[in-house]
Design a protein around this ligand. Sequence first.
Ligand code: ADP
Length: 369
Amino acid sequence: MAQLLFKDVNKVYPNGYHAVHDFNMEIKDGEFICLVGDSGCGKSTTLRMIAGLEDITAGEFYIDGVLANQMSSRDRGIAMVFQSYALYPHLTVYENLAFGLMLEGIDADVIEEKVQATAKILGLTDYLERFPRNLSGGQCQRVAVGRALIRKVKIFLMDEPLSNLDAKQRVTMRSEIRQIHRSVGATTIYVTHDQTEAMTMSDRIVVMKSGGYVQQIGTPYELYFYPKNLFVAGFIGEPPMNFIRGKVEGGRLNAYGLDLDLAPVVRNIADIEGKEAVFAFRPEAVKLECGEDSYKITSKVELTELLGDTTNVYAVVGEGDKKVNVILKVNPHNAPEMGSEFSFYIPRTASYVFDAETEEIVENDIERR
Ligand code: ADP
């Protein structure tokens, strides 16, 4: 197991592209960390710097307190699992698992023991004599994980390992990888563009934005309930958070026919007086009855989607060219009709206010519930 430390780590590619900016983080021994963000935001570049496959242009990277910038990949104690699992098609599962150990000249009986132990963890014991072409995508990915697992390493690096699997296999593999992590305990850095994957698997998540800028580092709970800025608020959560932008005058946001008193949800309303602000709430925060401390919003329903446990309501607030789309999640038994007028309530504890210019959350002391 290993502890990792990044101090102002930057990556500039030879063509001058600055792919990662001032990455700062301490990763604890045995933590499961997801790097998440849209394609091209620098996740793989960061992972490859950890692996030693990419030089660090500036800053310092430590493994267990030892400066590792110049350390060879071999000496870092890492194993990597990629999106394309690249198994040897002409070798059986057993041979695929054993291959790396054979190259290292390890005794056959030791290899046998390790292959059997790894296969057991991954539920591959019955498949050891099969060839990759006779396995499902999920089983192939398990073999790929097994090849990494069989070498006792301190750090696991995974780059979108589930993206070639279908939706059902992805869900199964998600929990399998978590269980493997729990039993093996190696520090794991996992790259994904899928916020659900990040939310369900991580101890902590690093949200990155294009240009290689870290937006927020926190537990799934912290990122969901306490996003620091509009980017994180919009990235975490599905369907995404609703944003209503308008000017603040006299402590109130007047936009799209709404007149919302923001003072109760920000610590110092003077900070945003006269400025553009964004009032935000999650689709699932919607209530159909007026609570004591809640905002009332009236909308017109354009479309509803019954998902079973919930109904997604696509609605507009405002009229003509002054309207904004919102998505609301409601109990299917109380879902509004398409085309109808629909009033709903947002508790203050579920309301967010961002400064539209800086995109940062406006300070508040709200305990989210
Ligand atoms: P992600 O994994 O988040 O999709 P990457 O880390 O692969 O993103 O890439 C980050 C950015 O760096 C992208 O804009 C990509 O085009 C650029 N990039 C990646 N590799 C190179 C390279 N060898 N030379 C120049 N630019 C690169």
